[in-house]
Write a protein that binds this ligand. Structure first.
Ligand code: 3BY
Ligand code: FES
Ligand code: FE
Length: 434
């Protein structure tokens, strides 16, 4: 088949899809939720995979998930499976989880530990650094040095791992790393271990999952467990706090002043850095107080893990919260860390992976109880899954008309504006854009 015909068969539909997503974006009213088609149309989803998920830095997990040489996890996104592995020299690397022989998936379980990576089909065997070590009966003329696993760009930032499927990943990760590392390092993720990991498939478009996370407008009524410690005025400016929530907010201000003093004494950064819209790796980071005792996500705010992270000895460090576009939110406390990685499965299904990390020497049943440690966010995730499932049903209804955001939904608007500008700039670069 000639190149021209191939382009007609493959190129045109892709350009047509890009035109389609752009025309849906043209139909959006600023300050309102997105048009329904952006949450439901399979062509939109395919364009998002091509323009966003295959081109941006994505939050994968943490170094604590691969503590020893040979430990690996897989991260599946948009038809690609990324294998993240700690090699024999302790370096964390990422590869496409595709065998270089005839393409079998190499690793078929979500995580594990290996000496070498052995393909289950014809036993091609790779070292943990991705090089091909052994291929039975392979002709000696074939240069095996060219048959190592194909690398995927991976960056570690204060223990958080990000990957990019782009051929030439953007350099924004370095600029973000400079700004956030100091907030993360006191929690010493390199000396933490996974206490629990839960995969929840939510029946909603990935953007509804992210939008839901970016506001606490629904927290007051929607998250009784979380709001024992999570102040429901989150994201509001002073003049936006409704009278009803004034007492909560007054407690917040007192707790905030105390927290700032503690952080300053310890030399730990706390101030808000918010750059969610105008950069490829939009992010927000801030250390904020927790209600009650101020230590952890428990009913009274008291710590849930006896052994604090790293070398911390002040348990009252509230929560350092990191949000990044398109797919993460992370809360770092003195006693534990909980990370959330979102990946799209289909237009109306999304994986939310929650991971709880504690000090590597903390002992289950002695320093913490697993049920109690995970209770608040397991309940919160289930509540959020119901919210977004109902929203997916509503935005799929022909009667849906986009509605206005309010003050408490500022970061939802930021997410949507980030999404629109990233899609537009990538579509332009690829051509077929208007
Ligand atoms: O960052 C978060 O996880 C919270 C949960 C509730 C609202 N959102 C800002
Ligand atoms: Fe992996 Fe054949 S496909 S060894
Ligand atoms: Fe929620």
């Amino acid at each position: 088949m000639g190149a021209k015909m191939t382009e007609q068969l493959l190129g045109e539909p892709a350009a047509g899809r890009r035109t389609k997503i752009l025309s849906h974006l043209d139909g959006r009213t600023p300050g309102r939720s997105l048009p329904g088609a952006l949450y439901t149309d399979p062509d939109v989803f395919t364009s998002e995979v091509e323009l966003l998920w295959r081109r941006r830095w994505l939050f994968v997990g943490t170094v604590a998930e691969v503590p020893e040489p040979g430990d690996y996890v897989t991260f599946d996104v948009a038809g690609s499976s990324v294998l993240v592995i700690r090699d024999d020299d302790e370096q964390v690397r990422a590869f496409h989880n595709v065998c270089r022989h005839r393409g079998s998936r190499l690793v078929t379980s979500g995580n594990g530990s290996v000496g070498n990576l052995v393909c289950g089909y014809h036993s091609w065997t790779y070292a943990t650094d991705g090089s091909l070590r052994y291929a039975p009966q392979l002709s000696p003329e074939i240069d095996t040095t060219c048959l190592g696993l194909r690398p995927v760009a991976l960056r570690e930032v204060g223990g958080l791992l990000f990957c990019s499927l782009a051929a030439e990943p953007d350099g924004d990760i370095d600029l973000v790393a400079d700004q956030i590392s100091g907030y993360l390092t006191p929690h010493r993720l390199d000396r933490a271990k996974v206490a629990a990991q839960v995969d929840l498939v939510e029946e909603a478009n990935w953007k509804l999952v992210m939008e839901n996370n970016r506001e606490c407008y629904h927290c007051e009524g929607g998250h009784p467990e979380l709001t024992c410690t999570f102040f429901p005025t989150w994201g509001l400016r002073e003049d936006q706090v409704p009278d009803r929530l004034r007492p909560d907010h007054d407690r917040y201000l007192l707790a905030e002043a105390d927290l700032m003093r503690r952080c300053d004494e310890l030399g730990i950064p706390h101030r808000l850095i918010e750059d969610l819209v105008d950069r490829p790796l939009g992010f927000r980071i801030q250390r904020e107080p927790l209600d009650g005792v101020g230590e952890s996500f428990s009913a009274d705010g008291a710590r849930l893990v006896g052994r604090l992270l790293g070398d911390l000895d002040d348990p009252q460090l509230g929560r350092c919260t990191f949000h990044s576009q398109p797919n993460a939110w992370v809360h770092l406390l003195a006693d534990h860390v909980v990370t959330f990685a979102v990946t799209p499965i289909s237009p109306d299904r999304t994986l939310v992976r929650s991971t709880w990390l504690v000090h590597e020497d903390a002992v289950e049943g002695v320093d913490y109880d697993l049920e109690t440690l995970t209770a608040v966010w397991r309940a919160t995730n289930e509540q959020d899954a119901t919210f977004v499932r109902n929203t997916q049903l509503g935005v799929s209804d022909p009667a849906y008309v986009p509605g206005p955001y309010n003050d408490a939904e500022r970061n939802v608007d930021d997410f949507v504006r980030w999404y629109e500008s990233q899609i537009r700039s990538e579509a332009q670069e690829k051509g077929g854009a208007r």
